[in-house]
Write a protein that binds this ligand. Sequence first.
Ligand SMILES: [Ca+2]
Ligand SMILES: [Ca+2]
Length: 300
Amino acid sequence: MRFVRIPAGEFLMGSEESPEALAAAFPALPRERFLKLTDEGPVHRVRITKPFLMGRHEVTVGQFRRFLQASGYVPESIADGTGGYGWRKDYDPATSPRGDAFEGRLPRYSWADPGFAQTDDHPVVNITWNDAVALAEWLSKTEGRRYRLPTEAEWEYACRAGTRTRYASGDDPRSLARIANVFDADSAALWPRWQAMALPHHDGHAFTAPVGSFAPNAWGLYDMHGNAWEWVADWHGEDYYAQSPLDDPQGPPKPAGGGVKVRRGGSWHTWAFYARSSFRNWNAPDTRYTLVGMRLVRED
Ligand SMILES: [Ca+2]
Ligand SMILES: [Ca+2]
């Protein structure tokens, strides 16, 4: 696993873009989508007080397999017997209660089989937050140095790499073509009902792409936008940014009665709007999905 040294520093976290500005940039989306982004604000100053090492790439299928073989760890989708999600050519989203784009949960799907072909160089998906933490803990024990998930603030700091725009590549969604595997014309061919949400170019990857297939950001990190969503350490708090400490925010404490973990960056199946640097999504820590993977931090 290769890492990039991220310097200590400070940045402005979050976004306060107006619904009008977002509607102009993303005309295919219904307007109510732009009113549900209150957790992205207020924009606030964050200081990352210590340098850290960030995975140059998402964790790959091959790396995850070696972890399982060496540690004996059983991923949650297999341990609990319910499996994961997957793509099947003749599956119709309209047949699922939630209109889900993928079939699941089913035991036939897991990190080892999301229903589409992946080589060892593709990002691992269908892994839970708990699986991601298990990998970090095993590596830490094995190597005697601390590996962990990035905090949400570290993730956005590293994703932006000095930028304040919607993406590390600028404000224009089409600028993603250079740096990210997202929902493009190749994916839209398989999900025609979402054609209007697709970026118009062909990026050559209807599903996940080998990590590092697109250009890196200014700090040398690949696929921060797109390919696989990345679990981060923090619990999600709808109003956390209003109270976030200046130095090294760690997210809110675990909410009573459950809580959800944040994931960042969008995926190969994500519309450009949801792949913005500031966009926050979340799931329960035992969620496994065809779009969600991980990246590790190593402490310096
Ligand atoms: Ca694509
Ligand atoms: Ca990613």
